[in-house]
Write a protein that binds this ligand. Structure first.
Ligand code: TYD
Length: 208
C-alpha cells in the first residue's frame, strides 16, 4: 500500500487558511483521493484538550517553555494516534498548521531558543516532516484585521503587531525548506486556489 501524502497549511492569523483548505479538500474529493482533514494544536481528543489550555486567555501565567512542551505534547499524540496511521493506510492528510507554526510562534514570536525547539521536535517526532507545505503569506495588518472580525480573541490573537511581524518573518525563514511553497495570500482567491491546485495536481500525478 502506497503511503498517503502529508500536506500542511501555514500562515499568520487571517491569511485564509480555512478557505484554501476547503479548496484542497474539494480537489482531492474530485480526484477520488482518500483523505482526512485535521488541525493543530488538536486533532485528537487529548490534543484538543491541550489546545483548549493553549488558547485560554485566562492562562496568563503560562511559561514559554510550558507552552512549547504543550504544543509538542499535543503534536506527538496527534502524529502517533491519527496522522501516521492514516498515512500508512494510504490516506492523504491535510493539516491546518504543524511544526512550522511552533518555530514561527514559539521560536520567533515568543523568542524561545530555536535549538531547544529543534531538540524538542526531534524528541517528539524524530524525522517526521510534511511532504508539502503551503505558506500563505500576507502583511500582518491585513490578516489581523480579518481575524479580529471573527469575535473574541484567544491567547495568541491577543498579542501585539510586533509579535505577529516576528511570526511572519519566522515563517518566511522556515520556508527555505524544499517542501514549502510560499503563496501570496494577497492575490485573488481564484489565483491562490489555482496556484495551490497546480502543486496538488503534480503530487497526485506522481503518487498514482
Ligand atoms: P488556529 O486554530 O490556526 O488559529 P487561527 O484559525 O486563528 O489562525 O491556531 C491556533 C493558534 O495556535 C494560533 O494562534 C497559532 C498557535 N500555534 C502555536 O503557537 N504553535 C503551534 O505549534 C501551533 C500549531 C499553533
Amino acid at each position: 500500500m502506497k503511503k498517503g501524502c502529508f500536506i500542511t497549511i501555514e500562515g499568520v492569523e487571517g491569511v485564509g487558511k480555512s478557505t484554501n483548505i476547503a479548496a484542497i479538500e474539494s480537489l482531492l474529493r474530485a480526484e477520488g483521493i482518500p483523505f482526512i482533514s485535521t488541525r493543530e494544536p488538536g486533532g485528537t481528543p487529548l490534543s484538543e484538550k491541550i489546545r483548549a489550555l493553549l488558547l485560554d486567555k485566562n492562562e496568563t501565567a503560562m511559561h514559554d517553555k510550558a507552552e512549547l512542551l504543550l504544543v509538542f505534547a499535543a503534536r506527538a499524540q496527534h502524529v502517533e494516534a491519527l496522522i501516521k496511521p492514516a498515512l500508512e493506510k494510504g490516506q492523504w492528510v491535510i493539516c491546518d498548521r504543524f511544526t512550522d507554526s511552533s518555530f514561527a510562534y514559539q521560536g520567533f514570536g515568543r523568542q524561545s531558543d530555536i535549538s531547544l525547539i529543534e531538540r524538542v521536535e526531534k524528541l517528539a517526532l524524530g524525522d517526521f516532516v510534511p511532504d508539502i507545505t503551503f505558506l500563505l503569506d500576507l502583511p500582518v495588518e491585513i490578516g489581523l484585521a480579518r481575524a479580529s472580525k471573527r469575535g473574541e480573541l484567544d491567547r495568541f490573537e491577543s498579542e501585539d503587531l510586533e509579535f505577529f511581524n516576528r511570526v511572519r518573518d519566522g515563517f518566511l525563514i522556515r520556508a527555505k525548506a524544499d517542501r514549502t511553497i510560499i503563496i501570496d495570500a494577497g492575490g485573488s482567491l481564484a489565483e491562490i486556489e489555482k496556484q495551490i491546485a497546480i502543486h496538488i495536481q503534480a503530487r497526485i500525478k506522481s503518487w498514482r
